[in-house]
Structures are given as structure tokens and as C-alpha cells.
Design a protein around this ligand. Structure first.
Ligand code: ATP
Length: 236
């Protein structure tokens, strides 16, 4: 399977020298062009060698009845990234029997990679960071990049950081990033934010509306074939 890394392959894929790796976690229920465009822009902006998509098993903050089976979400991500040589996917969160927490995923990659790790997330996810497991400790493990909307607050604005995190960070004008006491960085990076969400996609499909040009054609075909997100029962 192209671009797929099983848990053990992640370890084997260690290359000599440091590689910059992006970790992009999400429910991807389903993956859409907003996710893909954001990942591509961040990959380019930070010179990342690879962006690893990490579908979550059942994210702690999502309602189980809204999240379709992991195998479908995984397959849709695989189809969506197949033509991008810098994108790959891993099933490590799906293999874990317990809930997926980002801190465990980051620890997993740290143990196996001598690389610079960048955890990628959207602003909507970052505003809830204080609800994440061991949220203070997250920033001592890797770099973070928060994707923001053009025209949003400037990245040095302290209002972007939750108060609980402020003591651990200082703003570096040269890096244009917040630097954690551990030396890791936290970037707020503007991207061409496409106003697409998985929720909107699911709602449109349920209403029988077109989602063309919002998700990759391969993903649209997969959804149709498997009758996902519609009220009609699945054929498979
Ligand atoms: P839902 O509508 O079901 O909550 P979602 O569209 O936000 O889903 P997720 O899989 O929860 O998708 O998101 C994974 C990551 O992608 C999160 O960090 C989220 O902030 C980010 N993200 C979601 N939509 C976009 C978008 N349009 N552009 C850039 N990043 C996005």
C-alpha cells in the first residue's frame, strides 16, 4: 500500500540525519480539501520531508454515534493522499485498544524517530487544548503548528495562548514563534483556510446534496459506493 506506515515500519523508516516530520491527527470523518490544502501549505512552509496523517480511533471529544467505522475513515484518507509523495498514513491510533490521546501518539513517534516532529492542528482544535490529556506536557515533547485563518490575530499576540500555558513560553521575534522552556516551538501559521468541515460534508450527504469539489473525487466515489453518511443502509 503506497504511503502507508504500519507501526513497525515507522520505526524502520528512520533515515540518517534529521528529517522534519509533520504529524497531522484528526477524525477525518471524512477527510476533505480543507485538511489536504492545510497539510500541503504547512508542509511547504516548514520544509517538512513528510506529513503523516493519523486517523483517530475514537477521539475523546467526539460523539461515537457521529463517527463512522475507523476502517472507512482510514481508507478515505489513504485514497485522498495517494498521489502526494510527501503524504503518508499510519494506523497506530487505530491499533491501540484504548482511546487515542495525542500525547501518547507524540511519545510513540519520539521513541522511534530521531527527527524534528511538528504536530499540526487547526485553530478550532487549539482553542480546546486545555481539555487535552497532559496538555502542559505536550509542548515539551515536540513543535506545534496551529493553522490559522488569514487576517486573524498576529502570531505574537498573547491572546492566542491560553493563560495556563503563558509561563512556559516566550515570543521570539526572529523565529516568529513562541518558544517553550524545552526549546520546542509553537507557531501560528496563516493558511488559505477553506471553509469546509467534515460536519458540513456529512450534513450535505445526508440531505442528498453534492459535495463535489469539497472532497477528493476518489473519496466521494468511496462514500457513494459504501453508502456512508446517508440514511440508506450500506450495501457492504
Ligand atoms: P468535524 O466537523 O467532524 O468536527 P473537522 O472538519 O474539524 O471535523 P477533524 O478531523 O476533526 O475535521 O480535524 C482534524 C484537524 O484538521 C483539526 O486539527 C482541525 O482543526 C483541522 N481542520 C479541520 N477543518 C479544517 C480546514 N477546513 N482547514 C484546515 N484545517 C482544518
Amino acid at each position: 500500500m503506497s504511503g502507508f506506515l504500519s507501526g513497525e515500519e515507522v520505526a524502520i523508516k528512520k533515515k540518517s540525519g534529521k528529517r522534519k516530520i509533520g504529524l497531522f491527527g484528526g477524525t477525518f470523518n471524512p477527510i476533505h480539501l480543507g485538511h489536504l490544502r492545510g497539510a500541503e501549505e504547512i508542509r511547504e512552509a516548514f520544509g517538512l520531508h513528510e506529513m503523516i496523517f493519523i486517523p483517530a480511533a475514537l477521539p475523546p471529544h467526539k460523539r461515537p454515534e457521529e463517527v463512522i467505522e475507523a476502517r472507512h475513515r482510514f481508507e478515505m484518507v489513504r485514497l485522498a493522499i495517494a498521489d502526494n509523495p510527501h503524504f503518508s498514513i499510519t494506523d497506530i491510533e487505530l491499533l491501540r485498544p484504548e482511546k487515542s490521546y495525542s500525547i501518547d501518539t507524540i511519545r510513540y513517534f519520539r521513541e522511534r524517530h530521531p527527527n524534528d516532529l511538528f504536530f499540526i492542528l487547526g485553530r478550532d482544535a487549539f482553542v480546546e487544548i486545555e481539555t487535552w490529556k497532559e496538555f502542559r506536557h505536550l509542548f515539551s515533547l515536540c513543535n506545534f503548528v496551529v493553522m490559522t485563518r488569514p487576517g486573524s490575530q498576529i502570531s505574537s499576540s498573547s491572546s492566542l495562548l491560553p493563560e495556563a500555558l503563558m509561563p512556559a513560553f516566550r515570543y521570539d521575534q526572529q523565529l516568529k514563534a513562541w518558544v517553550h522552556t524545552s526549546g520546542h516551538t509553537l507557531h501560528f501559521r496563516e493558511i488559505t483556510l477553506l471553509d469546509i468541515s467534515s460536519t458540513k460534508i456529512r450534513e450535505s450527504i445526508e440531505r442528498g446534496e453534492s459535495v463535489r469539489y469539497l472532497i477528493p473525487a476518489e473519496v466521494e466515489a468511496y462514500i457513494k459506493k459504501n453508502r456512508l453518511y446517508s440514511r440508506e443502509p450500506s450495501l457492504v
